[in-house]
Design a protein around this ligand. Structure first.
Ligand code: GAR
Length: 200
């Protein structure tokens, strides 16, 4: 019986890409998936350099020239993802809202990490909102991305305490440690399940 080909994963980032690096580091020889592309909407995203240093193909599509034409921006992303053969897309701090036009194209094959205990605090400023609400805990969620923002089936979640004197930054740092742990775990279980569904 021949070994199944690895599932090709593209990772979309907008910034430093610390989650992206954890995903790359997790995809070792025994992993069902391999990275085929790291892509950003910003040419100068710090994570692109770090991915390239690891020998991963990188690219970007600047969203600004597309203005309000989100479909055209997303078509440009899709063209690059298709050229790289991406089968699974991981959003890892990709700070552009994607429309159903893009999301439906990768329906059931796109993951997102969000810095809150979904369904609480969809959208931005999650840590500030959790502190201001007087919550005793915060956290992060990895979920399958669907056409609704920060929605879709949850694969993994982790919580951390909110401590006296926490600022959004100190809380974000505590949550990020958990993101780095659960996102690779979620990608592994997700791609194992996907491989199990693919005829060999
Ligand atoms: C992470 O905390 C991620 O959960 C968040 O951006 C950060 C990216 O950090 N994503 C969102 O807020 C998406 N709505 P990273 O670039 O170091 O991985």
């Amino acid at each position: 019986m021949s070994a199944q080909p690895k599932i090709k994963v593209a990772i979309l980032i907008s910034g430093g890409g610390s989650n992206m690096l954890k995903l790359l580091d997790s995809m070792g020889a025994d992993h069902p998936a391999e990275a085929c592309l790291v892509m950003s909407n910003k040419e100068n995203a710090g994570g692109l350099v770090k991915a390239a240093e690891r020998g991963i193909a990188t690219d970007f599509v600047d969203h600004k020239p597309f203005g309000e034409d989100r479909a055209a921006f997303e078509d440009a992303l899709i063209a690059k993802l298709d050229a790289a053969g991406a089968e699974v897309v991981c959003l890892a701090g990709f700070m552009r809202v994607l429309t159903p036009h893009f999301i439906n194209r990768f329906e059931g094959r796109m993951l997102n990490v969000h810095p809150s205990l979904l369904p609480k605090y969809k959208g931005l400023h999650t840590h500030k909102r959790a502190i201001e609400a007087g919550d005793s805990e915060a956290g992060c969620t990895v979920h399958v991305a669907t056409a609704k923002l920060d929605d879709g089936p949850i694969i993994a979640q982790a919580s951390v305490p909110i401590l006296e004197g926490d600022t959004p930054d100190t809380l974000a740092a505590r949550v990020l440690i958990e993101e780095h742990r659960i996102y690779p775990e979620a990608l592994l279980s997700f791609t194992r399940d996907l491989q199990g569904k693919t005829p060999s």
